[in-house]
Design a protein. Structure first.
Length: 105
């Protein structure tokens, strides 16, 4: 089996170290994005953070379809819907007569 049949990417082309700059920029962008996410998530209520974090699964599924490595079938739609529904239900308060709690930083 070839590398593409196994879903593996080919090695970067041999151009000296030209690809290294791109790899460093992408790594720095991912690091900054992760730090921003951690900073923001620590300051949000847990119910809001859980919904935001679980939407990552939905975006990853859509991205894989757009990049050509995934398939948007009925199972994917049902699974994504169940994930979003579960996060919404966990954030919802079912206690009778309960009032939302104000979260202060």
């Amino acid at each position: 089996l070839g590398a593409m049949q196994l879903g593996l990417a080919d090695a970067p082309p041999e151009r000296g170290g030209a690809w290294l700059g791109l790899a460093l920029v992408l790594g720095l962008a991912l690091l900054l994005g992760n730090l921003a996410l951690q900073y923001g998530a620590a300051r949000l209520p847990a119910s809001a953070t859980s919904i935001i974090m679980l939407t990552e699964v939905v975006f990853a599924s859509v991205s894989s379809v757009l990049l050509g490595s995934g398939e948007m079938g009925l199972r994917t739609w049902i699974g994504g819907s169940l994930i979003v529904l579960a996060s919404l239900l966990s954030a919802w308060s079912f206690a009778p007569g309960s009032q939302p709690v104000a979260h202060t930083p």
